[in-house]
Unconditional design. Structure first.
Length: 375
């Protein structure tokens, strides 16, 4: 059964998600703003859910059509083969969004789509009422520039919820963004890796998962595992394939933070992720950063300072960290910040910058690649 699938992702990560899907040997991979499409069978749905590091969900696109009116939305929705995935007793809630379109009322769109699906199922099952007591099949719609896309959510909770971080400190970094930062730093398990502002440990844990080539979704549940429309064996086969590809080696991955409570949380998260044996955490001040080794990579997400007082504190922190790092010229740095004056405070212009989003916060990933030179 060939399926057309959509992977929403944070803005700026589309290319990384597309590369991941291509490495899975999936076909028709195409990146757009905030999403990536691919084609494949049921096995592809399971593989993408288990293995994607930078995507937010795996959606099966049931269809797309122009929807400039509620009548067009109703007729377009009713024409789609919902019975292919929705058994008689399925629960099928509807959620979605609309941008730059005539149909701007989300509640009205939800009602129209729900009604159209019911009418379709009535004609296929010969029923007048649907109990919705079976498995949940979440319908997600997006209407952009009067073009509607209707999808089924196979993931359930977002893919960034790996399952290892039920506890976290303030302003956590989404796991998908942390993984993207590690990928952009080209860390694959060789050499020393440090996050001196590790907080709840997300970046070092994602680095460990990447170093081990461990599928990030290996230990969590996905909504489509409960669907009768998909073969339940696809999930176990995908897990077996993922486990067979894991690496087993020695790694040097360190997370540090000035807050002992954050370090305690990070250690518990690493245990839940199954990487506590290869990630070390310690309490340390980033402004006193020093390393015994001459070379390594730093990937980090220090406080941004969104309020005025916090902004001043962040600037002092950047300056102190920059001074400490100047004594470690062999270390590369990949640092995420929304602070517009980061480079001035840090004391050096970045070799490269890449725009990323931490939730709704627009940030730059400042890349200091050639630390042996001054600019």
């Amino acid at each position: 059964m060939e399926l057309r699938c959509c992977v929403p992702c944070l803005f700026g990560l589309e290319g990384l998600a597309a590369d991941e899907l291509r490495r899975m040997a999936l076909t028709d991979v195409a990146a757009e703003n905030g999403r990536v499409y691919f084609s494949g069978g049921e096995e592809a749905v399971a593989a993408a859910n288990l293995n994607l590091r930078t995507g937010e969900r795996v959606l099966i696109e049931l269809g797309a059509f122009d929807a400039e009116s509620f009548d067009a939305l109703f007729e377009g929705t009713r024409a789609l083969p919902w019975e292919r995935f929705l058994p008689k007793d399925a629960a099928f809630p509807v959620t979605g969004h609309s941008l730059n379109s005539r149909l701007a009322s989300i509640p009205d769109c939800q009602k129209i789509i729900k009604k159209a699906v019911v009418e379709r199922l009535k004609s296929r099952y010969g029923l007048q009422w649907f109990p919705e007591t079976g498995e949940t099949v979440q319908i997600r719609f997006s209407i952009m520039k009067d073009r509607a896309s209707l999808c089924l959510d196979t993931s359930g909770e977002g893919l960034h919820k790996r399952g290892y971080r039920p506890a976290h400190n303030a302003a956590p970094l989404r796991e998908t963004l942390a993984a993207a930062m590690v990928i952009l730093a080209r860390y694959r398990g060789r050499g020393d890796f440090v996050d001196p502002f590790c907080g709840s440990g997300t970046i070092p844990i994602e680095a460990a998962l990447i170093a081990k080539n461990r599928a990030p979704g290996l230990n969590r549940h996905f909504a489509a595992m409960d669907w009768r429309a998909l073969d339940p064996k696809i999930w176990e086969r995908a897990k077996e394939e993922a486990r067979a590809k894991e690496f087993h080696g020695a790694y040097s991955i360190l997370g540090s933070d000035i807050d002992p409570k954050a370090i305690a949380i990070a250690r518990r998260n690493a245990e839940r992720a199954g990487v506590d044996g290869i990630v070390r955490f310690e309490t340390a001040d980033a402004m006193a950063f020093s390393r015994a080794t001459e070379r390594g990579v730093i990937v980090t997400n220090p406080p941004y300072g969104e309020r005025i007082l916090e902004k001043q504190e962040a600037e002092a922190l950047y300056a102190g960290f920059g001074a400490a790092l100047s004594r470690c010229p062999g270390w590369q740095l990949y640092l995420l910040s929304s602070h517009t004056e980061f480079e001035r405070c840090f004391g050096r212009k970045a070799d490269k910058k890449r725009k990323l989003y931490n939730g709704m916060i627009k940030c730059d990933l400042f890349m200091y690649i050639d630390r042996g030179q001054t600019k």
